[in-house]
Structures are given as C-alpha cells and as structure tokens.
Design a protein around this ligand. Structure first.
Ligand code: PLP
Length: 373
C-alpha cells in the first residue's frame, strides 16, 4: 500500500517556497482546507455562477494564519531564533503559540486590551505563550513589536515577515489545483492586507505572470508549465468602522465586532493598492450588522460556521453579485479566514433564545417536534 500521509504545506510545496533544503519543517499539518461549493445560497439570491468558500477555519489552530506561521517559524528556527513575537487581534497569537511549542521556542504575544475572542485567548494561554495585554489596540501593539524587534533577539512573525506571505500564497495554489483554473473573482476580508497580497502572489505564480508585489516580497517561483493563464480579480472587504482602504488613510480608533480585522493602520498598504490595480479589483466595506447577518445566513443555509471577520468576504460578494458588479455566470471564491467556534459569544448574544425547555416526558417532546414539522 502506498503511504500518503499529508504532512503540511511545506513538505507539499517545498520547491515553491524560499526555504533552505535543510530547514526542519515546523508543521501541524496545515493547508489542504476544503473548497466548498455553496448550493443553497446561490439559489436563494438567484446567482447562476459558481460560488465557493475556502474554509480556512479548518486549519490546525482554526485560521489561515497557520499557513504563514509554519513557514515563518520554520525559517526563524532555521536562522537560530529562540523566541518569536507578534502583535495580534487573536488568531496570529493562537498560531504563533502553537507553532512555537512545536518548535521548542518561546512565543511572546501582544494583544489588545479587550476585544479579543475568548477562544483565541484560550489558545495562546493553553499553548504556553507569554501573553502581554497592552493598554491599546492592534496598531499600538504592532508599533511596539517593530520597535522591540530592532533591539531584542526575537523574530517577528507578523505578516510584515515575508515568509508569512510565502506560506499563505499556497491557498491560491490549492484553489487553482481544485478548480483546474483560477476563479474570476476572489473575495477576502482585509485587515493588514497580508492575506490578499499573499493570494495575489500565489495566483501570479500559478499563472506564470510576474507581479510587482512578489518582487518586493521575495522571489516569484513559477511553474515550468503554468496551470492557468489567468488570474482572478481580487476584491477586499473591510468592516465599516475599520476601513482605512475606503477612507484613503489610517483610521485612528477602529471599531468593529469583526475583531480579527479591527486594524486601522494596515501593514501591507502599498502591496494591497498595487494588487488592486494589477488585478483590476476593488475594496469595499460592510457594516457590522451586515457581517453578522451573513455569518448567520451561511451557518443557517450551508452548514458552515465562520467567525465574523470571515463573513465579510461573503457579505460583500453577495452584495456585489446582486448589484451585477460580479457578473452572472462568474466563478467566485470567498475565503473564510477563521472558525466560528473561536467566538461563540457573538452568536449567543441573544442568550439561550434558541432553546426549547421541555419536561423529560415523551408527550412533551413529541409536541415540541410536531410544532416544527
Ligand atoms: C488575520 C485575519 C484576517 C485579516 O487578514 P490580513 O492578512 O490581516 O488582511 C481576517 N480574518 C481573520 C479571521 C483573521 O484571523
């Protein structure tokens, strides 16, 4: 019998990642997430194209950050780092903490004061990271991490670390391999804009087309035989209270329930505008109410539970489908960046309203069932 245990994206895509051949892969089996074709929602909104969600919430720590972290930690350890550090709205710290224990190094994480989903905090704690809760927001934490990185022997594993984007580009590889071509549109939630940039690098490499942003973020590694000649139009959605790309500059006090994208001063600002132009894509924004409604709509009509920030991609895509900006007949991929289980509080805000209290008696249970048939 042929043994084919999947051992993570570094081993799988090794020759397309800028890692030394003798670098020991620090992996938790990340990647290979499902590309789920939505069936009920397109019918409900009258969309005749193909609408897929790439469910990155099924990575080992529950978000796409694992793709970047496996490569960033592998490289840091290869270079001799004994500790890594990041600022985080939650998911980066969860991933950093997990990959650090795997590698046997220390993880320092700076998280904002409040506004972090409990599940994410639990992950950082249970994996033994040194958690510093700062009296400030993500942007303050990011500024501090950059300053500290200049003087202290710790490797920064935020997405300003180019190895993060190199790992995250593999999501595009998987999508092109699954579809046999690139989609027409790829929609993502945008915080620091590292992930949308990483996807563009990945699609460009798959198409064998140079992009100005991969020259900046490491060498493009093209396939001898490109799998697709085409790249998608990239669309990024922000939360309305935290939408610097829509305002044309940093937002001082970003606010949104979608805490993973509560970022006012995106680190990949220039990359994001460059890829918007190259891909003929656009940015837009969704309100918190729209985001939460879409999270519920997806969970209640397709069986997929993503976190609020993730729902921004689908929220914007559905609106742009309705308006015709995304044409009928298109193939659309929405990235669902993180798992809804990280933040159950957000959907249980109305308390236990969904529960029906019944006596432990057959007649009572039967009566309750019949009311719903
Ligand atoms: C990090 C994160 C984002 C934002 O990604 P950027 O690369 O910062 O744009 C979106 N959703 C979730 C769930 C995240 O963890």
């Amino acid at each position: 019998m042929e043994v084919t245990r999947y051992t993570g994206l570094i081993e799988h895509y090794r020759n397309r990642l800028p890692l030394a051949a003798d670098a020991r892969a620090i992996s938790l089996g990340e990647g290979r997430t499902p590309l789920i074709k939505l069936e009920n929602l397109p019918r409900q909104v009258g969309f005749e194209g193909e609408l897929y969600v790439k469910f990155e919430g099924l990575n080992p720590t529950g978000s796409f950050k694992d793709r970047g972290m496996t490569v960033a930690v592998t490289q840091a350890v290869h270079e001799g780092a004994k500790a890594i550090i990041c600022a985080s709205t939650g998911n980066t710290s969860a991933a950093a903490a997990a990959y650090a224990v795997r590698a046997g190094v220390t993880a320092f994480v700076l998280i904002p004061d409040g506004k972090i989903a409990l599940g994410k905090l639990a992950q950082a704690v249970v994996h033994g990271a040194v958690v510093l809760q700062i009296q400030g927001n993500f942007d303050d934490g990011m500024r501090l991490v950059k300053e500290i990185g200049e003087t202290t022997p710790v490797a920064i594993v935020n997405s300003i670390n180019p190895y993060r984007l190199q790992g995250q580009k593999t999501a595009s590889f998987e999508i092109v391999e699954a579809l046999g071509r690139a989609p027409d549109f790829h929609c993502l939630p945008v915080g620091n804009a590292g992930n949308i940039s990483a996807h563009w690098i990945g699609y460009s490499e798959m198409a064998g087309i140079a992009t100005s942003i991969s020259a900046y973020h490491g060498d493009g590694r093209f396939l001898d035989q490109p799998l697709t000649g085409k790249r998608p139009r990239m669309v990024g959605y922000q939360a309305a209270g935290s939408a610097p790309f829509m305002r044309g500059g940093p937002v001082r006090n970003p606010e949104t329930v979608a805490t993973a994208i509560r970022i006012g001063d995106p680190q990949s600002w220039q990359l994001a505008w460059a890829l918007q132009k190259e891909s003929d894509g656009w940015f837009d924004e969704c309100t918190d109410d729209e985001i939460l409604a879409t999270q519920k709509l997806l969970a209640g009509s397709e069986g997929v539970f993503c976190e609020p920030a993730s729902a921004a991609s689908l929220c914007g895509a559905l609106r742009d489908i309705k308006s015709g900006k995304i044409a009928q007949g298109s193939t659309v991929v929405c990235t669902l960046t993180g798992n809804g289980l990280k933040d159950p509080d957000i959907v249980m805000r109305d308390g236990l309203k969904g529960l029906i209290q019944v006596p432990a008696e057959r007649a009572a249970v039967e009566k309750a069932l019949l009311a719903h048939l």
